[in-house]
Design a protein. Structure first.
Length: 83
């Protein structure tokens, strides 16, 4: 498996590029390459899903969310007795 990381120059050249930054970049790459879903990506990144979606938006990336994703979310909510 090959995973490509596209790290913004300002981050890659920063002396303060932390483990958290790496995890976020890995999560973005895996999500963008459709190897993981949004929930998994946000967990890897250590962020709430809404924060992760905002990060994707800041990078000009789209959230891949189709009917199957919606149905999986509904099933998960029902199984977890969400109201």
């Amino acid at each position: 498996m090959k995973i490509t990381l596209d790290i913004p120059d300002k981050l890659a050249q920063s002396d303060g590029f932390t483990q958290t930054d790496w995890l976020r970049e890995i999560a973005i790459a895996l999500f963008q390459q459709e190897l993981i879903i949004l929930g998994t990506a946000s967990k890897i990144a250590g962020m709430h899903q809404i924060e992760f979606q905002a990060l994707l938006s800041d990078r000009g990336l789209c959230v891949h969310y189709d009917l199957a994703d919606y149905q999986a979310d509904i099933t998960s909510l029902r199984e977890n007795h969400w109201r």
